[in-house]
Each structure stands twice: as structure tokens, then as C-alpha cells.
Write a protein that binds this ligand. Structure first.
Ligand code: RP5
Length: 172
């Protein structure tokens, strides 16, 4: 992947926010994926239910702090993405976390079923990597260098599937 490091890139443009340290694996997956594209991010633990004031304060200040996309990870009654979206017009991507009791269906439905007018772009259960890629795609709308890197990434992905196809056809 092309390097594009520079001092001007160091301020976080994506926030990866999760409701609990129980979501650490998803936080790390999103942050690692963003880092692979050299997209600076900040990581936060903010809970819609346990620290609701901080959730609103974070969302209200996000745009003025230079953030462009927010990834919100939560499980169970997963209201974090929706609450954040209620207090910012930045794009908010919700990641429903898998749960031990309902498998994450609880998280998925409570993240995706937003009232009209306050959108959350919801990825699949545990879809932290896709959330980060969607953030990259959004940022790439106004960043040609990033758009090229993302296009290369997708082309590599296609090549690896084509290689698998050839191997399966050959009987490997
Ligand atoms: C949500 O509930 C978190 O996002 C997490 O996925 C789930 C369980 O959190 P803990 O009770 O383990 O902190 O708040």
C-alpha cells in the first residue's frame, strides 16, 4: 500500500467509539484497518447508557474538532451510534457487537432501526473492518490519493478471489 505519511495527517479524522472495554477487539480491528490506509483515528470508550452526558458532549464537539466520520461500536441495547447521530450531522457508522445471549441480533436491530431523519449507516454484526473501509470510502470522496489507495485495495481483493477461483478449478 502506498505510504502517504505527513505531519498534516496526524489529527484524527475518524473516531472509533465503543460502549465498553468488552468491545476492545472490534475497536482494534477498526483502528488497525484505518491505520492500514494511514487514516488517523482516535479511540474512545463512551456509553450511551452509563455516560450519556459524555456521549452527547462528544457528538456535539466532533465536527469542530476536525472529525469527519464516527464509527460507533456497541452491543445489546446498542444505542450509542443513534445517540451520537442525534447530536451531530457527521456520518455515523454503527457496528453492532456480537452478544452471548442473543448473538448480536439485539445489537443489530437496536443500531439499524433508526427513526427517519437521524441516520446510522449500519454494518453487519462484528463488522468493524467494513465500518473502517466505509469510513475510508467516505473520506476518499474528497481525497484523491486516498481514493487511489482504496481502489488498489479493492483490486487486490478481487485478485485474491480470482486466484482462489483458479486454484479451486485446478483442484488444489
Ligand atoms: C454495551 O454492552 C457494550 O457496547 C458491550 O458490547 C455490551 C456489554 O458491555 P459490558 O456490560 O460488558 O461492559 O454497553
Amino acid at each position: 500500500m502506498t505510504e502517504r505519511r505527513g505531519p498534516e495527517k496526524s489529527a484524527p479524522v475518524v473516531a472509533v467509539v465503543a460502549g465498553s472495554r468488552s468491545d476492545d477487539k472490534l475497536i482494534d480491528e477498526a483502528a488497525r484497518t484505518l491505520s492500514g490506509f494511514d487514516v488517523p483515528c482516535e479511540k474512545r470508550i463512551i456509553s450511551a447508557h452509563r455516560t450519556p452526558d459524555q456521549a452527547l458532549e462528544f457528538a456535539r464537539g466532533a465536527r469542530s474538532r476536525g472529525l469527519k466520520v464516527i464509527i460507533a461500536i456497541a452491543g445489546k441495547a446498542a444505542h450509542l451510534a443513534g445517540v451520537i447521530s442525534s447530536a451531530t450531522t457527521l456520518p455515523v457508522i454503527g457496528v453492532p457487537a456480537k452478544t452471548s445471549d442473543l448473538g448480536g441480533l439485539d445489537s443489530l436491530l437496536s443500531t439499524v432501526q433508526m427513526p427517519s431523519g437521524v441516520p446510522v449507516a449500519t454494518v453487519g454484526i462484528g463488522g468493524a473492518k467494513n465500518a473502517a473501509l466505509l469510513a475510508v470510502a467516505i473520506l476518499a470522496l474528497s481525497d484523491e490519493a486516498l481514493a487511489r489507495i482504496y481502489t488498489d485495495f479493492r483490486a487486490e481483493l478481487a485478485k485474491s478471489v480470482q486466484a482462489d477461483d483458479r486454484a479451486v478449478k485446478k483442484g488444489d
